[in-house]
Structures are given as C-alpha cells and as structure tokens.
Design a protein around this ligand. Structure first.
Ligand code: URA
Ligand code: CA
Length: 436
C-alpha cells in the first residue's frame, strides 16, 4: 500500500478498508508512516468523516497496537469512567473516590490535557511526588488495597493513540466523531474494565458543540463498547461553561478535595454531575438497584469523608506528598493572584468555556505545543458562575499566575469569553440525556 494514496483516498471522501486502517496505524507505530502523513490523514478524517464500520475497525486496530490489560484477577465488576474532555471538569477526582468508597472497583487509566481541555494526569501530578506511571502489578495492588487507582496508560497501552492524540492536539484535528470515539474506546477496551461510563460533553467548551453531534458520538461509543461485551453507558452533560469554578491543575485538585471534604454544597453543578456519573457507575457495578439507592450511597460516602479518604490514600500510594492533600492551599501558591472585573454590572449571560480553557493554557496550565510543560499552580478560579449577578467592583474571576509572558493575551481571551447581559439568562440543563 502507498501511504499518499491512502491520504488522498480519505481526502476525497473514500471509505478505508480494515487492511488500510491497519497499515496506517501500524505504520505510525513502526515509524513507517510519518507524523505529517498521519496528521494529514487525520485532517482528512475530520473533513470527510468515517462510517460506523470504519470507526469500529479503526478502534480495533488501535486497541491491538499494544498491550491489553487483564483485570480479571481483581475482585468484583471493574468500572471505568471517561470524559470526552471539558473545561473545569474535575469529575474523575471526585466520582472515582466516591464510587470506591461505596465498594466499587475503579481501575482507571487517564489522559493528559488535550487542546483547551484539562486532563486527569496533569491534575494528579499537581500533588508533588505523584507518579502516574506505575507498573501494572503495582496498579492492581493499589486497586486491590484501595478499590481505586487512576494512573497513566502504561507505555505500551494503545501506543497508536498516544501518537495520534499528541499529533491531534497540535494540528487542529481533535474535533471529529470517529477520531474521538476510536481514541477513547480503544483505550477503554484495552484497559480491561468490565463496565464503562462515558461523560460526553456538549457545548462551546466540548469537542462536540451541538447536542446532535454529542448524541452521535455517545451512541457510536456505546455501540463499540457493547459490541465488545463491555456494558457501556453514556451521559451527555453540559459544557457551555466550566463545570466547576477552577480551571488549572492544582486549582482543580483543590476543588475536588474541597468537594470531598464537604466544603461545596451538593447542589453545585460539579457535585451534581458527579452524582449522576457515580450513580451509573454503581448501577453497572451492581452495587445499587435503583438510581435513588445509588445516589444515597454516594452522598453518604461524601458526607462521611470516606470518599476523601479514598482520594488521599490513592494519592499517597502514587507517591504523593499528603501535606498538599491535607492543606490544599499549598497546591495553588503562585507569585500573583489577579482579580478580573467586568466593565459593567449585569449578569453572566454567556461563557465561552473553550476560550477560558485556552486562556488557562496561555497562563501555563495546559500545553500549546507538544513538548510544553505545565505549571501545576496556575490557572483561573471563577468567582461567579453562569447566571450570577455581577458588578464592576466584584471580580468575576481570579488569575493565578507565575509569569507575565502571555498574561495580556489571556486577559483578552477571558474578557471576550464572558458576556455580561442586562437580564438574567435562562438556566442551562446540566444533564441532557443518558444513552444505554
Ligand atoms: N479524550 C480522548 O481520550 N480522546 C479524544 O480524542 C478526546 C478526548
Ligand atoms: Ca466580554
């Protein structure tokens, strides 16, 4: 096969065979296909799309590009959770410990930030000492002892996605239903969980902006999971605003700790979405029979502090310095904290969550280039949320900064991202649909 012909075929809207997809994906891993060629092909996928058949074949060949994990020696139903990517979306750090506290077995492999969206691994690493690279046996041991471990994909888990993900991050090729579905599902299938709960974000801060596209992505992933015998449920949740108040790794870790220590009310959108996700995780784990029972258990795990203890124990097992967990203010120490004000009074009528995510990247919370490092302490802490009344004298956000380099640019983005209206805007739904 000739690589340029495969790129041209997809460019012109053709349908790839399973063999052609194998050739491309294995070629990328074996370095016979160059990064620029894969990037060009992925751009063609973004523009031309893929059929269901192509998407599941791509998922399978990606999954087979490396090792697959066997978790069958761990007790109980192993449940995994994955978000399609959002801003201020700290759900894993809250819901995984809560589910573990309810007796669930959460063995999860997470990713890094992608484009404007945050990644759980970067958030975990905001706690000094944490190592997200753990040998499989150690990973299983932590799960066995704690009911919970979240680590990075082992070096050889879906190596094809590692490369594709890094290329997509910097070539404007993230937004594609087949590329997102195959990226997520190849990893979920390879990581060995029995049941998978997908949080499919929809809105201006998600990779899928319309409810229709998000539904299609959700349905696609549920079909792939079910076809491989993994019970898969997708929940479509709102991303037309940051979910929590914090955008940035240490800030989000601190927010998760604040939730698990009961400092944030249950009605908070972040907590509410966590309860919805956790409910599905408990149902799939057969640890509750009804949604009501599941939610009651999760709330008890939160109020009792058991969830917090699970997060703390996991961070400790990963090598983390627990002083930072017990005093989370230590996570967010920066040289400056800058308040951001609106230029008129009114309401926060709209928020462009993607632009806020990008602004946080400019401050150093995420990567703009593949080799960038992230600063764990920096980011944006919202002081007001969508729909809140604001005035010129009351900051709607605080910037945690360690460098002035791109501060002006970040401020401009933030100002443009937040629209002040005279009228209070309509409430936005938090959960749109659950697809089983
Ligand atoms: N998360 C992933 O793992 N892959 C994507 O493509 C998008 C979000
Ligand atoms: Ca504005």
């Amino acid at each position: 096969m000739i690589i340029t012909e495969l790129i041209e075929k997809k460019r012109d809207g053709g349908e790839m065979t399973a063999e052609e997809l194998d050739f491309l994906v294995n070629g990328l891993v074996n370095k016979e296909v160059e990064d620029c060629q894969m990037s060009a092909w992925m751009m063609a996928v973004c523009l031309s799309g893929m059929t269901d058949r192509e998407t599941s074949d791509l998922t399978m060949t990606m999954m087979r590009s490396g090792d697959t994990v066997d978790l069958s020696d761990l007790p109980g139903i192993k449940v995994d959770k994955h978000s399609t990517g959002g801003v201020g979306d700290t759900t894993t750090l809250v819901v995984a410990p809560l589910v573990a506290a309810c007796g669930g077995t959460v063995a999860k492999m997470s990713g890094r930030g992608l484009a404007h969206s945050g990644g759980t691994l970067d958030k975990l690493e905001s706690v000094p000492g944490v190592s997200v690279e753990q040998p499989l046996e150690r990973f299983k041991q932590i799960v066995r002892e704690n009911g919970l471990a979240v680590i990075g994909q082992s070096a050889n888990l879906v190596p094809a996605d590692k490369k594709m993900y890094a290329l997509r991050d910097v070539t404007g090729t993230v937004k594609s239903i087949p590329l997102i579905a195959s990226s997520i599902m190849s990893k979920k299938l390879a990581a060995g969980a029995d049941a998978i709960v997908l949080d499919v974000k929809t809105g201006n801060g998600a990779f899928m902006n319309t409810l229709e596209d998000s539904r299609e992505l959700a349905a696609q992933m549920v079909r792939i999971g079910d076809a491989l015998g993994r019970k898969t449920v997708a929940i479509i949740t709102d991303m037309n605003r940051p979910l929590g108040m914090a955008i940035g790794n240490g800030l989000e870790m601190k927010e998760a700790i604040d939730v698990l220590q009961g400092r944030i009310p249950m009605t908070d959108p972040l907590v509410s979405v966590c309860l919805t996700l956790g409910t599905q995780m408990l149902l799939l784990s057969k640890l509750a029979e009804t949604r009501e029972e599941a939610e009651a258990k999760l709330k008890e795990a939160l109020v009792s502090g058991m969830g917090f203890m699970k997060l703390r124990a996991m961070l400790k097992a990963l090598g983390g310095d627990t002083r930072f967990v017990d005093e989370p203010e230590l996570l967010v120490r920066t040289s400056r904290i800058i308040p951001v004000y609106a230029d008129k009074r009114g309401y926060i009528g709209a928020i462009d969550a993607k632009q806020l995510g990008l602004a946080a990247c400019l401050l150093g919370a995420g990567r703009l280039k593949k080799e960038d490092s992230v600063d764990p302490a920096v980011g944006i802490l919202m002081n007001k949320r969508y729909g809140d009344a604001i005035s010129e004298s009351d900051p709607y956000a605080y910037l945690y900064v360690n460098s002035e380099d791109r501060l002006e640019e970040a401020l401009e983005l933030i100002n443009a991202a937040v629209t002040v209206t005279d009228e209070r805007p309509d409430e936005l739904p938090l959960v749109y649909d659950i697809i089983e």
